[in-house]
Design a protein around this ligand. Structure first.
Ligand code: F6P
Length: 544
């Protein structure tokens, strides 16, 4: 199989020419030339309004980007994904996270099996279990109801649920405390459980493979912690449940498979927050709100599959990112939610975007000679304004920004929300239009200070605005980014669904661990730097 190098496409070359032609054009010029630009360059779906007018694009750029998407086979690839083709070729797997939120009764078949029926069988078991825990009828080993839920997982088995819990905390049952343990650093576990009563604590061990070193180490420590406090190994049965695709390992760990919620190899870790990995989310929110979240995902899925590219939010966002990455030389995207509940959203997006599109070879194994996945980062506004926005406004780098905000606050208080949103709108405006030296001088600024106080502008951003942060809005927002990531991967010809790049470090850590623990001086055969670090660590540990 050979995949066409996208840089050889005529649409790619046309975009290169367009980038050169536009290089002297400022966003101020684009807005001045078209009074309707703010309205024309906007689109709406699944409760999300996307304003993409503050981007360095013309109608020609947009048309060329959509041509590139089409020429790359995006239409066919979307269909291939939705219909269960094994598009994750390096792992020989279908990519069907969309089946996890398809409406009940939909038919999505894989190898002759109706996946949606399987999905709802698990969702219904999750619902029954959540209801028991939330109502207090699930009793711990000593007969007490559960008040603390500790999710133990890492990567996709942590970031999605942790983000969703923070994002939707407003809707959560405040009688239940949720904690998330991911890091193999014992501090994470110790701090998470230090004030918890074991008799009221339920652990969810969330791991697709159930072999991940960090998660299994934390899970074993949690089991020991529980048994030490409740004094009986039998307590594990009432205080541990598992979420996994690996029933054998779950049973080997000692969790009865009756207390296991399954999912499938066609769900990638970072695409799994609507699988049983969402159990903690359902426990926090309740069944109805959880299904409302799924409906938001589903609305964006349906939009992505059917809307023409010109009004297709994930396609627009994905192709804009291709534009900045490959034609304007941007290296990062700043994600700036103006909602404190979304403070974990950038961290969540880092895995989604960078583990997906951080690839240097195409699907046919050829090394790329163009840039792929951008670096995603961010912090909630307005906090970031008092930290790194300086660089975005006046630094030397081009950093497209995604602003995300809501018309209604979930915690209305005086004029806080208007202030918050005034800041979001102002930042996007300031970035785009800046402040010229003439304006600065006209304010009476001493000449020597004028250049320091000038804002060049022409710094692009998208603004995503929704009515309020609800479970459905969050679902639509996550699906928007999921499909935008896929769009980019199709243009680049890379596999957004494998993650071989995480393997080497795991293998080397497995080799170093016994060297750190050995009672006699081990023979080290690493490079001189690694050898020395290991020796220094061992010496310090032995107190010598
Ligand atoms: O770090 C690699 C990775 O495989 C991620 O893709 C995944 O989300 C994470 O580890 C956790 O994996 P698991 O759910 O199998 O424990």
């Amino acid at each position: 199989m050979s995949i066409l190098n996208p840089t050889t496409r005529s649409e790619w070359r046309a975009l290169q020419e367009d980038a050169v032609a536009m290089s002297g054009t400022h966003l101020r010029d684009l807005f001045a030339a078209d009074p309707e630009r703010g309205q024309r360059l906007s689109a709406e779906a699944a409760g999300l309004y996307l304003d993409y007018s503050k981007h360095r694009i013309t109608a020609t750029t947009l048309a060329l980007l959509m041509d590139l998407a089409r020429a790359s086979g995006l239409t066919e690839q979307i269909e291939a994904m939705f219909s269960g083709a094994k598009i994750n070729q390096t792992e020989g797997r279908a990519v069907l996270h969309v089946a996890l939120r398809a409406p009940r009764g939909t038919l999505i078949e894989l190898d002759g099996r109706n996946l949606v029926a399987d999905v709802y069988a698990v969702l219904d078991r999750m619902a029954a279990f959540s209801e028991r825990v939330r109502s207090g009828s699930w009793h711990g080993h000593t007969g007490r109801p559960m008040r603390n839920i500790v999710n133990i997982g890492i990567g996709g088995s942590d970031l999605g649920p942790a983000m969703a819990y923070e994002a939707l905390r407003h809707y959560s049952d405040r009688a239940l405390q949720l904690r998330f343990v991911s890091n193999v650093d014992a501090t994470d576990f110790a701090e998470a459980v230090r004030d918890l009563d074991a008799a009221e604590t339920l652990f969810i061990v969330a791991s697709k493979t159930f072999t991940t070193q960090e998660t299994m180490t934390n899970a074993r420590s949690a089991r020991q912690w529980l048994i030490e406090r409740l004094g009986d190994e039998a307590a594990v049965a009432r205080h541990f449940v598992a979420v996994s695709t690996n029933a054998t390992e779950v049973a080997a760990f000692g969790i009865h498979t009756d207390n296991m919620f399954g999912f499938w190899d066609w769900v990638g870790g970072r695409y799994s927050m609507t699988s049983a990995i969402g159990l903690s989310t359902m426990l926090a929110l309740g069944v109805e709100a959880y299904h409302s979240m799924l409906s938001g995902f589903q609305a964006m899925d349906a939009h992505f599959r059917s809307a023409p590219f010109a009004v297709n939010l994930p396609v627009i966002m994905g192709m804009l990112n291709v534009w900045y990455t490959n034609f304007l030389g941007a290296e990062t995207v700043a994600v700036l939610p103006y909602d404190h509940y979304l403070r974990r959203f950038p961290a969540y997006l880092q895995q989604l975007t960078m583990e997906s599109n951080g690839k240097g070879v195409r699907l046919d194994g050829a090394t790329v000679d163009y840039q792929t996945g951008a670096i995603y980062w961010g912090e909630p506004g307005t906090n970031g304004q008092h930290s790194f926005y300086q660089l975005i406004h006046q630094g030397t780098r081009l950093i497209p920004c995604d602003f995300i905000g809501f018309c209604h606050s979930l915690n209305p208080l005086g004029s806080h929300h208007d202030m918050l949103m005034a800041n979001m709108f102002a930042q996007a405006e300031a970035l785009a239009f800046g402040k010229s030296a003439t304006q600065v001088a006209a304010e009476g600024t001493p000449e020597w200070l004028v250049s320091h106080r000038t804002f060049p502008g022409n710094r692009p951003s998208s603004s995503i605005l929704a009515d309020r942060l609800t479970p459905a809005t969050l679902g639509a927002l996550v699906a928007l980014y999921e499909h935008s990531v896929f769009t980019q991967s199709v243009v680049w010809g890379i596999n957004a669904f494998d993650q071989w790049g995480v393997e080497l470090g795991k293998v080397l850590a497995g080799r170093i661990l016994p060297e750190l623990a050995a009672s006699t001086e081990p023979e080290l055969s690493h490079d001189s730097s690694t050898n020395r670090l290991i020796r220094r660590y061992r010496t310090a540990r032995s107190g010598a």
